[in-house]
Design a protein around this ligand. Sequence first.
Ligand code: ATP
Length: 464
Amino acid sequence: MAGENGGAIFARTHSAVHSHDMAEDNLMEKIVSLCKRRGFIYPGSEIYGGLAGTFDYGPLGVELKNNVKQLWWRMFVQDRDDMCGVDAAILMNPKVWEASGHVSGFSDPLVECKKCKRRFRVDHVGDKCPECGGEFGEVRQFNMMFKTQIGANEDASSVSYLRPETAGGIFVNFKNVIDSFHPKLPFGIAQIGKAFRNEIAPRDFVFRSREFEQMEIEYFVNPSAWESSFEEWRRAVHTWTDAIGLAESSVHELEVGDGDRAHYSKRTIDFEFDFPFGRKELYGLAYRGDFDLSAHAKGSGQELSIITDDQTGEKVVPHVIEPSFGVDRTILAILANAYTEDTLGSEPRTYLKFNKTVAPIKAAVFPLLKNKPDLVAKAREVYLMLKKQVPQIMWDDNGNIGKRYRRQDEIGTPVCITIDFNTLGDPSNPSGQAKSELKDTVTIRDRDTGGQERIAIGDLASRI
Ligand code: ATP
């Protein structure tokens, strides 16, 4: 686990039961309930009875999600010199989706019960309707794109779609980026944004929803170099899962076989994660040949695809490697990976073992007692000083220290900082001792071990 701290400083005095030892359904229920209770993820439109397949990220969820997106952008765009980003419109000319094959082919097979008229995805049911036992009709293809009208006229010419993936917005801007920046092969364009799919059966919390976010890359290469580039991206996906703290043993590669790959793809790897409900796709990595650029060149009638490879001097139609990351599945994997129950001292507790990079709150600051103005003022000072350097800091003065620790553990805050009488260097310290040598030091308590240390206020920022 990259970026994790603490374990070396404190001896482990308790036994941790990792999430995967717990009953699976039970674990999902616990995660969903913690997410709602503590403000990570709420059901969409809840006060109106909800809207299936939609979720709202709460105050901690949005911080966690932003951390993930910022880290991804940093790692795959800003820290490299062969990548750039775009942020394209969600509504696109419907011809984009005709050319890409989504209008004719982006569908799931669906059956309707002849008796109760309920509809199901064929691969999710047996021979009979699970609701009423009725017979199914013929299998039909159900297009998963959300249709909408553009403008005031409601005729065929005004039909558009909410994008079902972010990739389309990258391909239509390929020529724009080339004209503005003249990048040399190989190079890539990245985008983070919303995608919409009218899933027949949204399920498993944010794993399969109807509105979600993707982080996608189209990496353009000389056709002769696709294999080495594919390997680099394969490794990059593991570097990423490591950076967000997912256990290596829960991430698996699935080579998609000849019969299951899209017709244009010579190689596809699904990166699967051991979710509480089973091993399922987290990310995809596909070699797509020149399928997309050629399809959009044909569809738009524009010359998009031929550029000169500076290294070889040839004119080539670039081929594409596409690493595709779902944001919401990333969040769920991080939560499932982090969820831990153990006993600290004699008290059972639940905590989220986030690594520091993704943790929504990096540290919490407490005054030991909330009714002592001097303590509160000093704690406030420390809090504001830290917040200037590390924005994700929380203030808490509710209840006793033990309760505050439990609350912070449950939301995965790596450390808690307590300002006490020794911090003030106050000789009237109620412990009866004037520890003036402890002036301007605080206790810092580690989430995973519960161990505490005394450190100088000046060393706090670098520590957290
Ligand atoms: P699945 O087979 O699970 O439906 P997919 O193969 O259709 O997924 P892609 O089209 O490859 O998925 O989309 C790329 C990524 O977008 C997926 O790896 C996943 O992380 C995310 N994703 C796709 N569909 C959804 C969804 N309905 N809800 C949340 N994330 C999704």
